[in-house]
Design a protein around this ligand. Structure first.
Ligand SMILES: [Zn+2]
Length: 445
């Protein structure tokens, strides 16, 4: 299906200007972008009147655990050790149906708020249900399973290196290239506090053979980071990853908080990409990463909403705003993480981090992942001359009106197009309540 978008105002993230354009989408890509495209040029195309809505590339959420959308509430306001125990307890009680609907709900909610790509660190249990939900949601996803072989507490699920490899092969076979290429595989060992040197090195070598992303946590907890540094006899967890040969441009490092300036230099030199997840960092009290210093070094930092049990949201606009405000506050510098930089972190940086060279910009020939933002129906979003900054600082993802993934409109007029939203809401509310009762955290009605 092809679409002709008339009168979109395409945002320029360098100077925050917009320019009125018609956009022809064919075969899932931006075929032509021009001041005016006559519908007679493309009689097959469905015409969509954008009414001068702001057009931006779709957002890339580069660190995610989607199933956590079902267990947001029970994990509120806990210290990390209790948080982890309760997380794994709830995971044990979740069924295939829970995983399917949790994944679907999280993807649809992310999409509704403008996210077109998710980099998922998922679970192996209920794998088929999870993958089916990603496929049905129709979102672009890079998917790897979280693996650990060092128990951080009595409920950490640990497996052998061989089993991690076997599972990674299974995921690769089931995921890579699925859903017309929208789904890709990765490896996703959890992070060195819970991953042995052997597991890290084995999975990195295996991923390199296939050109896959290595997605991991780095320097999230202060105590855990110090323990890893001590065990390796090095200055920090980042130095340990470098020592193991993990750091390169195909490695994504969620959080990257507890790093020395020397480790920031290492990351800049190796090309590895930190993923900033500020809502999680604040809500579960991880700390504040040195994003401003990373950007100063030219590191193309990406952004992620992480799991909703730690961040509370799949809204990338809220994530970007939180990150920008946090960096301005800690550096005492309001120019840090300006609106253009922040939106680049949420779009092109994420797309490149995931290995795409034709995604993350509204550009002829690129894959047509795009959002249209309606800033004319929201009392807090007035001022047509400063829409990009206003969206970040005064808005939320609720302002997103239309979302294209690979050239297909998945959201129109702020409504998911391919599912009955009310059915999904009712079904998920019912399943979440049953899960809360099964685990004993909520009394039966
Ligand atoms: Zn995470």
């Amino acid at each position: 299906m092809s679409f002709l978008i008339k009168n979109a105002d395409v945002g320029n993230l360098d100077d925050l200007s917009t320019s009125g354009k018609d956009i022809l989408i064919e075969g899932g890509r931006f075929k032509k972008i021009a001041d005016h495209i006559d519908p007679k040029e493309c009689p097959e195309a469905t015409v969509i009147e954008a009414n001068h809505m702001l057009a931006l590339p779709g957002f890339t959420d580069c660190h995610s655990h989607v199933y956590q959308t079902f267990i947001k509430g029970p994990l509120d306001d806990l210290v990390i050790t209790d948080w982890l125990v309760r997380l794994f307890t709830f995971e044990d009680y979740m069924t295939d149906e829970d995983y399917y609907y949790a994944t679907l709900l999280s993807c649809l909610s992310a999409m509704r708020f403008g996210t077109t790509t998710i980099n998922e660190m998922g679970g192996y249990e209920h794998l088929d249900a999870t993958l089916q939900a990603f496929e049905d949601a129709g979102i672009r996803v890079t998917f790897g399973i979280s693996t650990t072989d060092i128990a951080e507490n009595e409920v950490t699920p640990i497996i052998s290196v061989q089993e991690a490899l076997r599972r990674s092969e299974e995921v690769y076979d089931k995921v890579h290239g699925r859903n017309h290429g929208l789904m890709r595989a990765s490896v996703a060992p959890a992070g060195l506090p819970a991953v042995s040197a052997e597991m890290a090195k084995t999975l990195k070598a295996w991923a390199n053979e296939r050109g896959l992303i290595y997605h991991t946590h780095l320097g999230e907890g202060k105590m855990e980071t110090e323990r890893v540094a001590k065990e390796y006899g090095l200055g920090g967890e980042g130095e340990a990853l470098e020592y193991l040969g993990i750091l390169d441009e195909k490695t994504l490092l969620a959080h990257s908080i507890w790093l020395s300036d020397h480790e920031l230099d290492i990351i800049a030199r190796t090309g590895a990409i930190p993923v900033h997840c500020p809502n999680t960092n604040m809500k579960i009290s991880d700390g504040i990463p040195k994003i401003a210093q990373m950007l100063e070094r030219g590191i193309p930092v990406a952004m992620g909403c992480d799991g909703e049990a730690s961040s509370g949201t799949k809204d990338m606009v809220r994530e970007g705003k939180a990150g920008s405000y946090l960096q301005k506050a800690v550096t005492l510098d309001p120019t840090v993480m300006d609106a253009g930089t922040t939106f680049k972190m949420m779009t092109i940086n994420g797309a490149k981090a995931l290995g795409y060279d034709d995604l993350g910009e509204i550009k002829e020939g690129y894959q047509a992942d795009m959002i249209l933002v309606n800033m004319e129906d929201d009392l807090s979003l007035t001022d047509r001359d400063h829409r990009i900054g206003n969206l970040l600082y005064a808005g939320t993802g609720h302002a997103v009106d239309t979302v294209f993934v690979a050239g297909q409109p998945k959201v129109r007029n702020k409504k998911i197009q391919h599912f009955d939203e009310q059915f999904i809401l009712n079904k998920c509310n019912e399943l979440i309540h049953k899960l809360n009762v099964r685990t004993g955290y909520v009394k039966e009605d």
